[in-house]
Design a protein around this ligand. Structure first.
Ligand code: NAD
Length: 501
């Protein structure tokens, strides 16, 4: 019998639909098709591929409400947030790369100085990597794989997506959108199942695997990929710090903290998970944070379109959050709001929670919580704030809040993270021009921006000698002339160094 996944709406716990789990044989067939389709897709060139992206973007602009509702239903996030952080940035990515990629993927000349005078030239051509595997999480089940799919396809690769087993229908939806835009068969496919089918995809000798998910799974994927030396990009967890300096706009910082701590029920890799505020302003700041937290309206987001916060994804994720809050309280933290599930809601809801009197002995300050919990700690000096912010296994994003932009930038430059923002948090994921990715246990490699696109191509160096010299001075036989040539080269190097110093 075919194995199935039943997808449920986490806000209502009602089943939505089923998908068939891909079998091992089915996966191999899909990989074969993707390999076959890749050559023709690559040979179309950028101009040949461009109309597919234009059609996709036009269709999505006409149907964005329906797509957002679909995402909100399977993930539990607010409908408005599904437009804000899933559909809108995805359309923007299509439009951005379908213009920008042409320039980025065109050949790049390399200046080769004196070798040019010998009739030589060098340039880089950007060849598609081949077949790309994308393994994605449930927290941004649409926007995360979608932007990676677009970067891969625009560069001439074919793609196989393995969506999270918690949000398989959104994976199916992405397939539907690309099919409607007329992408040729085999250019984009989806495989369904849990980590087992994910592991089989990693073993399938693909050209590259782009993984977004937890550190634990990232480790397994890297180990499996090592068997075939399959290159990987790992976009893993985060424990983002937010530093509020004493001259910060307190109202703005408090609103920012509440949004960046609680949006998507705190299930964002770049959520504010540690907040450090200057001791001298803590009372007023915490008062404002409480004021904005108490205004958050939580509930089934499809029933009420202006709900601020939906449900979490499942019981497992909810239990992690409950345990972190319990551990913090047992070690002396005070729960100023939330700290429990709401009484009146059936799904996987957790109240927006503000904790104070926290320290780095607590799990809530060291491990990824991935839930609506905002732990606030104080600092006395800026040096201490930097040291606390950098005291983490993770390094995805961080933020500094201050009216003194120069000072904030100076601190930003000392924080260890892939992105550091001043007076905002998270939102740069939605700017396709800017890179995304982290270091330490947050992973490596970049998606988005010009460097992100480069993850999907093989830079091939082409070197051409126009055959002006029939015998190169460095070829056999080695003799006095060879030595003379080397002496001239070194003399020229010395002169150039002198002139440039
Ligand atoms: P997860 O690691 O449990 O699962 C992610 C994906 O990997 C799923 O599709 C899953 O089925 C698959 N998988 C599981 N085991 C596998 C294996 N052995 N081989 C191959 N695939 C396997 O993560 P999750 O719970 O879905 O997502 C939450 C995590 O993702 C959080 O840690 C979050 O911080 C992180 N995340 C990071 C970013 C980023 O940009 N850095 C963005 C979003 C989420």
């Amino acid at each position: 019998m075919t194995e199935q996944i039943v997808s449920i709406n986490p806000s209502t716990l009602q089943p939505i639909d089923n998908v068939n789990v891909t079998t091992s044989e089915g996966l191999l067939e899909i990989v074969k098709k993707a390999r076959k389709a890749q050559t023709a897709w690559q040979d179309m060139g950028f101009d040949g591929r461009k109309p597919f992206f234009n059609r996709l973007s036009a269709y999505m602009l006409d149907h964005y409400e329906e797509i957002a509702r679909f995402i909100a239903r399977e993930n539990g996030k607010p409908y408005l947030e599904a437009i804000l952080a899933e559909v809108y940035p995805s359309i923007d990515v299509v439009n951005y790369y379908s213009k920008r990629a042409e320039k980025l993927l065109s050949d790049k000349k390399i200046p080769i100085r004196v070798f040019k005078l010998m009739g030589k030239k060098s340039y880089i051509m950007y060849k598609p990597a081949g077949v790309i595997g994308i393994i994605s999480p449930w927290n941004y089940p649409f926007a995360i794989p979608f932007s990676e799919i677009i970067m891969a396809l625009v560069a001439g690769n074919t793609v196989i997506l393995k969506p999270s087993e918690l949000t398989p229908l959104i994976g199916k939806k992405i397939q539907e959108l690309l099919d409607t835009a007329g992408f040729p068969e085999g250019v984009f496919s989806v495989v369904f199942g849990d980590g087992r089918i994910g592991a089989e995809l990693v073993k399938a000798r693909l050209s590259k695997v782009i993984f977004t998910g937890s550190v634990a799974t990232g480790r397994k994927i890297m180990a499996t990929a090592a068997e075939n030396l399959t290159p990987v990009v790992l976009e893993l967890g985060g424990k983002d710090p937010m530093i509020v300096l004493k001259d910060a706009d307190l109202d703005m910082s408090a609103r920012g903290a509440v949004w960046a701590g609680f949006m998507n029920s705190g299930q964002t890799c770049a959520s504010v998970e540690r907040l450090y505020v200057d001791e001298s302003i803590k009372d007023r700041f915490i008062e404002l944070v409480m004021q904005y937290t108490n205004k958050i309206r939580q509930g089934d987001t499809l029933e009420n379109e202006s709900t601020d916060m939906g449900s979490m994804i499942d019981q497992r994720q909810l239990s992690i959050v409950e345990n972190h809050v319990k551990d913090a309280a047992a070690r002396g933290a005070r729960v100023l709001s939330g700290g429990r599930r709401p009484d009146n809601l059936k799904g996987y809801f957790y109240k927006p929670t503000v904790l104070v009197d926290v320290d780095h002995s607590m799990q809530v300050m060291t491990d990824e919580t991935f839930g609506p919990v905002l732990p606030i700690m104080t600092f006395k000096t800026e040096e201490q704030a930097i040291q606390l912010a950098n005291d983490s296994r993770y390094a995805l994003t961080a933020s500094v809040w201050s009216k003194d932009i120069k000072r904030a930038e100076a601190i930003a430059r000392q924080l260890v993270a892939g992105t550091v923002t001043v007076n905002d948090h998270i939102m740069t994921y939605g700017i396709p021009e800017t890179p995304w990715g982290g270091s330490k246990e947050s992973g490596f490699g970049r998606t988005h921006a010009d460097i992100g696109l480069m993850e999907f191509v093989e830079p091939v160096h082409i070197h051409v000698d126009k055959a002006w010299l029939k015998k190169k001075p460095w070829w056999y036989p080695y003799n006095k002339k060879t030595l003379q040539f080397l002496k001239i080269m070194l003399w020229m190097t010395k002169k150039m160094k002198f002139l440039m110093s």
